[in-house]
Design a binder for this molecule. Structure first.
Ligand code: IVH
Length: 673
């Protein structure tokens, strides 16, 4: 990018960030997520670092937070309502620990009070002699808005402090309780569902809805919307009355407030980190949104001694979970064919790190969705990623367009097999590739390859396969052998133990039995028995892959359709590449042994059901001793094992060919010999 391009980009970014700020802080609306806006700010700061001459005093990068709203009485806070500095990992927590350690006496024992960081709006409640007298929003930290009438409608906060033993001091004089006003996710969803029914525009997220609600001038409307208050701070004129945060929480709980029971006193940075990790996934199940943890020095005397730097106390930090949204550019849009043949437009993105992993692709769902969102090649877009869910393009930032963007046109034919796509759904237009053999249907293939009768890879069931495909970690059946535990750990489904276990169970199957491997390839019309017959007949993958239709048809039980399907599969260049890939990865089926074993050179078929084992178990045991198991009786069959409830066809053939007929007991004897 040259300076001229940078200048244009910087101006567009500023305009959009300013728009976002105005909507967010003044109008209480959100035109994009905070994470997406942060991502834009990051790009702006980056450009300003590269081209310092472009920095202006009014650039959003040079400004610090928010204008108060008119309409409510302004109230000065008893003490400033501060923000928190963010940290993102253990190293940053340790650095914070070291900084504060230097400011405190050497022998000061520091304990950490850790709580979930709730994503709502901060509010201060003032109680005079036990009665609620006012509720004030955070505002700019110094001055907030008096929203007492609205606050009073929130049932989860006491209008009068409970009179309980040991805490009666708080019923005398002034007690201030600070906390977070929240709308729960479930209530938010209900509210939006109602809005959708009425055809009204939807709310952006629970926090904005809560903030918008609490600033309504009509308390009746506030009362109709379910809000909650969760307390996190207790302030008295004489600070010695509240010695630790731990005590503050106990007291607030006793006085009638909702506090997070999850909050904990922890002894060291390591335990804080463990606690943080333990919440990373669980937090999604909380009734409200959270974006991290709050870590405070538990001892309030030490805490206040540490003082304030800028807008934040030195004695606390917010440990933030990684943002789930970012902005990036759409390089191209292509169509991917899913397991059911659905043709899904996918955006190829300039790589961007979201929540700790690099995202290069995002789903655009279907043709209608692309049109509705008006996503074009070349657009800067907001990308969202949550857990293992496929990243998705939320929306394009149309104000950043420069005229070079290209509108996406849905192809008429399958990009993989060139079959004409058919319309599958018309409401949200979904196209489908009707070709069942379309090579794109990787998902099913991998699941089949790992299934019990094929390679029998424990832990590689449907859900894990989908997660791996979605994460872009595997595309074909050979890719699974390249998986590393570290790749898996990036997915929400895996922890240390499960990741290592899966990698191990895959690596254990690098030299599978030939019949299982052939079956696992997913060749049309080839069930496990046919695969076994082929394996027994050709004995190595090299020979089987060079088989001709004639040589295949010579095998009992293999007809014309099956033979053709096999030859076709091995002749397909894509499949030849796949086999080469296996070979390169050191994955190759064991050749069926020709010599050795007491039953070597003898061919068995079974008819009817056996008493002591299943037919497949019988087959395995025959093979284990060097014998060959055949699914049908042929001229070369040496023994037909006759079980119970036999059908006529094998017996007739055996009689015709003069095959020796034996009982299950006789077979057992042979197996023991
Ligand atoms: S303790 C200096 N505990 O996060 C303020 N705050 O970024 C420390 N918040 O303004 C407050 N959950 O609105 C604390 N468990 C929690 C919190 C929490 C959410 C908010 C609070 C504060 C902001 C700081």
């Amino acid at each position: 990018m040259n300076e001229q391009d940078a200048k244009i980009r910087v101006e567009r970014l500023r305009e959009l960030i300013n728009d976002y700020r105005y909507h967010y802080h003044v109008l209480n609306e959100s035109i994009m997520s905070e994470a997406a806006a942060d991502s834009l700010k990051h790009e702006l700061t980056q450009l300003e670092t590269d081209y310092p001459e472009l920095i202006t005093a009014d650039s959003p990068s040079q400004r610090v937070a928010g204008e108060p709203l008119p309409g409510f009485k302004q109230v000065v806070h008893s003490s400033r309502m501060l923000s928190l500095n963010d940290v993102f990992d253990e190293t940053e927590i340790a650095a914070w620990r070291e900084r504060i350690g230097k400011l405190l006496p050497k022998d000061a024992a520091i304990e950490y009070f850790t709580d979930i960081k709730m994503d709502g709006l901060a509010c201060a409640l003032i109680y005079q002699d036990g009665a609620l007298v006012s509720g004030i929003t955070r505002g700019d930290g110094y001055v907030g808005e008096d929203v007492t009438a609205n606050i009073r409608t929130i049932e989860s906060l006491p209008l009068r402090l409970r009179d309980v033993k040991n805490y009666d001091t708080f019923l005398h004089g002034r007690t201030e309780v600070r906390g977070e006003i929240l709308m729960y996710k479930a209530d938010f969803n209900k509210l939006n569902a109602q809005k959708a029914l009425m055809g009204k525009p939807l709310f952006a997220n629970p926090r904005n809805t809560a903030a918008g609600t609490i600033r309504q001038l009509d308390p009746k409307l506030v009362a109709s919307r379910p809000l909650h208050f969760r307390a996190y701070d207790l302030i008295r004129d004489d600070s010695r009355e509240v010695s630790t945060y731990d005590f503050a929480y106990q007291a607030m709980h006793a006085l009638g407030f909702l506090t997070n029971r999850e909050a904990k006193v922890l002894k060291d940075v390591k335990s804080v980190m463990q606690y943080a990790n333990s919440w990373e996934k669980k937090r999604l199940k909380l009734p409200f949104n959270t974006d991290g943890l709050v870590i405070k020095v538990n001892d309030r005397e030490l805490y206040s001694r540490l003082g304030v730097a800028g807008k934040a106390p030195r004695g606390a930090v917010a440990l933030k979970y990684q943002a789930e949204q970012a902005t990036t550019k759409v390089k191209n849009i292509f169509v991917s064919i899913g397991r059911t043949g659905a043709a899904t437009p996918v955006a190829m993105l300039e790589p961007v790190v979201i929540a700790g992993s690099t995202v290069q692709m995002a789903t655009l769902h279907n043709e209608s969705e692309v049109a509705r969102k008006d996503i074009r090649v070349g657009d800067t877009v907001i990308v969202h990623k949550a857990g293992d869910i496929i990243p998705e393009v939320v929306e394009p930032l149309t104000k950043l367009r420069d005229g070079h963007e290209k509108v996406f046109v849905m192809p008429t034919h399958c990009p993989e097999c060139n079959t004409k796509l058919v319309k599958y759904k018309t409401e949200d237009v979904i196209w489908r590739c009707p070709n069942n053999a379309c090579p794109s249907r990787a998902w099913k293939r991998i699941e089949h390859f790992a299934s019990k009768a094929a390679l029998d890879i424990e832990g590689l069931g449907e859900k894990n396969v989908i997660a791996l495909i979605n994460a872009g970690l595997v595309k074909d059946i050979a890719d699974i052998f390249m998986l590393k535990a570290n790749d898996l750990l990036k997915l929400e489904r895996f922890a240390d133990v499960s990741a290592n276990k899966l990698v191990k169970s895959i690596q254990n199957k690098k030299n599978p039995q030939l019949n299982r491997f052939i079956y696992g390839l997913g060749i049309r019309h080839i069930g496990i028995q046919t695969a076994t017959d082929i394996a027994n007949s050709f004995r190595s993958l090299e020979t089987a892959s060079a088989a001709t239709i004639d040589s295949l048809e010579a095998i009992e039980g293999v007809g014309g359709i099956v033979a053709e399907s096999i030859v076709e599969w091995f002749n397909e260049p894509r499949n030849q590449k796949l086999l080469a890939k296996f070979k390169q990865l050191g994955v190759w089926p064991e050749a069926v042994k020709t010599v050795g074993g007491p039953l070597s050179g003898q061919r068995f078929a079974i008819t009817g059901s056996l008493e002591n084992m299943s037919r497949e178990q019988g087959a395995e045991r025959i093979r284990a001793l060097g014998g060959t198991f055949q699914s049908a009786v042929g001229k070369d069959t040496d023994y037909l094992v006759v079980g119970a409830n036999v059908g006529a066809s094998k017996l007739t053939k055996a009689t015709k060919f003069g095959t020796k007929q034996i009982t299950e007991t006789e077979l057992l004897k042979l197996l023991k010999s």
